[in-house]
Design a protein around this ligand. Sequence first.
Ligand SMILES: Nc1ncnc2c1ncn2[C@@H]1O[C@H](COP(=O)(O)OP(=O)(O)OP(=O)(O)O)[C@@H](O)[C@H]1O
Ligand SMILES: [Mg+2]
Length: 511
Amino acid sequence: MLGIVYSGAISGIDGMAVRVEADISDGLPQFDMVGFLASEVREARERVRTAIKNTGFQLLPKRYTINLSPADLRKEGNGFDLPIAVAVLVASGVIPQELTEGCMMFGELGLDGTLRPINGTLSLVTEAKEIGFQRCIVPRDNELEGSVVEGIDVYGLESLRAVVDFLAGPDRFCPGVTDVTTLLQEAAARSTEDFSDINGQLAAKRATEIAAAGFHNILYIGPPGSGKSMLARRLPSILPRLTLSEALEITKIYSICGLLPREKALVCERPFRSPHHTISMQALTGGGRTPKPGEISLANRGVLFLDELPEFNKATLEVLRQPLEEHKIILSRVRGSCQYPANCQLVAAMNPCSCGYYPDRARCSCSLADVNRYLGRISQPLLDRLDICIEVPRLEYSDLTGTGQCGESSEDIRMRVEEAVKRQQARYNSEKILFNSQLSPMQIKKYCRLGKNQQELLRQAFQNMNLSARAYHRIIKVSRTIADLGDSETIREQHICEAIGYRSFDREVWR
Ligand SMILES: Nc1ncnc2c1ncn2[C@@H]1O[C@H](COP(=O)(O)OP(=O)(O)OP(=O)(O)O)[C@@H](O)[C@H]1O
Ligand SMILES: [Mg+2]
């Protein structure tokens, strides 16, 4: 007899439907599994047989063949135990085939038949809904996460026995409910670090606000203890609130990596990832024999903070170049390739020289050659990708102690940022982008029209500063954001001058 049950595998951050077939026929007692299986899926054989026995059903001494289709999709992860067990029970005649219709299921089985949590529930349930299933069975611990998806009933069950009971009478069970709108609103109210903690540094704060409003990459340069790391860590508190689709995309990535806490249904805050400078290339970009997202994807829709930039391995930094432009990373391996989103805001901080105090000659004795060598650890192409480069100078004593100096709270700044973001979203509603930093050269022509004076300013800057075409486009994008912050539909000269200012610093220092 044949039993058929539907389940899913993960490819990149998306779920793909998998049909699980079980056949029982006469012959030597065997339990064979086929279908391009990873080793953890092969091991399901032992778990499934024991779990079925310990749930109180008997497996006959016959030949069992399990096939997971499509055969060209590699099946990885621990979610196939449950569908295999149910397919076997259907083939054995314990569960009628028609009871499994319209239902997808995932879960790892313990030897006693308990259902254990899996990774990637959100992606799998989303796929189930998209291809028209009405119900999903998931392990109890994954119910919160699965029920974020609207338009499909998600049931969190605790054991194989409960699954059999559920299929016999689903009306006696209630699906999980998660109110995503409330979750997102509650998350917005929580913020630990605030901009009002930072004294002085008005120029750096302004640059940070522009970076937040247009999702621009930013580099802070300055002596030790001037507040660079402080500024970077407070950037998420002024970034616009997550939309539901952004939150779902982030949650999928965290869930696949097993980083979503069980009590959490959704990642509701923008990620802030701050890897140490000893990080390997693979940990940054993702990869491995079984590909997993790296830091650049974990920072998707949020901040990737590289503190002490020159200390990073140069080759490691260079791999960021392509994903920073394309907002995604494609990992090609022998067994196939997969794609992860990498739409993050790169924030970097560094000292201007190895002692940290250049050009303060009272403290710095580095020769110009030393300074150049230190700065040269960062390549020009990477530098080109940083839209804003801002000096964070040593704090004056009066700034540090002055009481009225603390300035605005993150909430006040975030209000202005949200206004600028609304303007961008209205302008780009027919495009697939949200922020000015994502404009392509074609879109720049369309949305950033410049007057004669503005063009002349840019021409001079291009020639005098020896800019690359990329740097030129980035200046226009930053000007667009500055104009949006100033509620101006046209880009004016002052906007362009300010944007050029955020590039000239890197030129000055890098010479
Ligand atoms: N602008 C500031 N306002 C208030 N406190 C500050 C400011 N700048 C620095 N501090 C204090 O100095 C500490 C160090 O700041 P931070 O870590 O941001 O320095 P940094 O510029 O990153 O230095 P480094 O180059 O050594 O990494 C902070 O924890 C804070 O106590
Ligand atoms: Mg620091």
